[in-house]
Ligand binder design. Structure first.
Ligand code: SAM
Length: 240
């Protein structure tokens, strides 16, 4: 179970929300049973349950541990806003694969246009999807899904020393494989365009800021395939 750090105080843990029903009615756990709790930021706790009410589960921490399973490499997937349930799938699958952060990107060719209220609602939904996927994959962290951002704002997020890659189907010079050769960075940003791809102007702006446009090969991948394939290849080459 994931809890926020504020739910862990003085050697005790308080679980609230939908997990209460899951613990008490679905798993039928009760006082004396031991569960594993993550704070979503890389710390794990073995917790003995001490009490269950209709709204909260209380427990006492038996031990703290640093869970394994997280790649030392931090990968942020900057995903062009795409149609239907594609963002849901991308967030779920990239969490399973080991992404650290997902940034929904409003692109020139994004068909989807969200009002600020709708964008907030979607962000909350996507963050819940990341949480559920992190639980099922036994991740030690829950990847953050940021608010919907535009390209200049995301380019400002790239820290010095990070590798930033923009798969672009028009790229003929540099392959992803060549771009990763000899790299030993701790942080990577992947920029993926929406269904209509990136506009040439967007690629030019990104390149000016040090982002490398790369080819993923001769076949054009769907937007929901491109990010997941790139993430997988990067974690294979540079992470674990
Ligand atoms: N029309 C399809 C769709 O509806 O999904 C293909 C979209 S493709 C243009 C979307 C993004 O995937 C591109 O902006 C690029 O980031 C990435 N991409 C797909 N195939 C690629 C390739 N062979 N090389 C580099 N990038 C690629």
């Amino acid at each position: 179970f994931f809890v926020s750090p504020e739910q862990i105080t003085g050697g005790r843990v308080t679980i609230t929300g939908p997990d209460v029903v899951h613990i008490s009615r679905v798993l039928r756990l009760g006082p004396g049973d031991v569960i594993t709790v993550m704070d979503g930021r890389g710390k794990g706790y073995r917790v003995r349950l001490t009490g269950i009410t209709g709204t909260a589960v209380e427990g006492v921490i038996l031990e703290q541990f640093i869970p394994g399973g997280e790649a030392p490499l931090k990968v942020t997937l900057v995903q062009g806003l795409s149609k239907g349930d594609k963002m849901d799938i991308i967030i779920q699958k990239s969490t399973e694969l080991g992404v650290s952060c997902v940034v929904p990107l409003a692109c020139r060719r994004s068909v989807v246009r969200l009002t600020p209220a709708k964008a907030r609602e979607r962000q909350q939904r996507w963050q819940r999807i990341a949480l559920e996927a992190a639980k099922q994959s036994r991740r030690a962290i829950v990847p953050r899904v940021t608010e919907v951002m535009d390209l200049p704002a995301v380019l400002d997020l790239i820290s010095p020393g990070a590798l930033a890659l923009m798969p672009w189907e028009e790229e003929r010079e540099l392959s992803l494989k060549a771009a990763l050769r000899g790299q030993s960075c701790g942080e990577v940003f992947i920029f993926i365009g929406p269904e209509g791809g990136f506009a040439a102007g967007e690629v030019a702006v990104a390149r000016e800021r040090g982002v490398l446009s790369v080819s993923l090969g001769p076949r054009i991948l769907r937007t929901e395939t491109a990010g997941l394939a790139t993430l997988t290849m990067i974690l294979y080459e540079l992470g674990d």
